[in-house]
Write a protein that binds this ligand. Structure first.
Ligand code: E4P
Length: 214
């Protein structure tokens, strides 16, 4: 499973990029708003740090507006992926982008039927939001599992990008059900490194080494 960082904060991206495990970045209007900068500036800078797919979301809600905005975003860098909401207008725009060779990430997906429509129109990525489904008492991971089955049944190549990941158990479960990508905040990536037995074992090794070499 590829790991994308879900943030607009370039310092975080720089820090995580050093570990060598980050394959791409996703942003959304809320994450960009937190930076206090323009989306174009943030996306440009991210593209200089990470050589992989970088999702930038449109604000327009009509297909023509999304196409216009997406074309401008796509000019920023070859790695820019146009993020579109899962609405009739977003799915219409998705078809235009796939027909014109521009990569898309269809976002705010909460059902397998929605994921099916995005794949039919050639979405590069579908983003089911696990955490937000869990928040309302649904089972986010079950949705990833269902989409995996449906995409495999029909041979769709749209990549399943598990989004709204909140903790390491989400990451583990997303890998177990075959998500292609997981996008997550930096604290979740940091937590993936951790295990108390690793820390305990390392302390012991270092203590034994120091004793033997005292
Ligand atoms: C995905 O692309 C979204 O930006 C993100 O994963 C949403 O996560 P949240 O539900 O924690 O806001």
């Amino acid at each position: 499973m590829e790991i994308f960082l879900d943030t607009g904060m370039v310092d975080e991206i720089r820090e995580a990029a050093k570990w060598g495990v980050i394959d791409g970045v996703t942003t959304n209007p809320s994450l960009i708003a937190k930076t206090g900068r323009s989306q174009a500036d943030v996306i440009k800078e991210i593209c200089e740090i990470v050589d992989g797919p970088i999702s930038a979301e449109v604000i327009a809600t009509d297909a023509q507006g999304m196409i216009k905005e997406g074309q401008e975003l796509a000019k920023i860098h070859d790695n820019v992926v146009i993020k579109l909401p899962l609405t009739e207008e977003g799915i219409t725009a998705c078809k235009w982008f796939s027909d014109n060779g521009i990569k898309t990430n269809v976002t705010l997906c909460f059902s397998v039927n929605q994921a099916f429509l995005a794949a039919k129109n050639g979405a590069t990525y579908i983003s089911p939001f696990i955490g937000r489904l869990d928040d309302i008492g649904h089972d986010g991971m079950q949705l990833i599992d269902e989409i995996r089955t449906v995409y495999d049944n029909y041979g769709f190549t749209t990549k399943i990008l598990a989004a709204s990941i909140r903790h390491c158990t989400h990451v583990r479960d997303a890998m177990m059900v075959g998500a292609d990508v997981g996008t997550m905040p930096i604290n979740v990536v940091k937590a993936m490194f951790k295990h108390p037995l690793t820390d305990k074992g390392l302390s012991q090794f270092l203590a034994d080494h120091a004793k033997a070499n005292a």
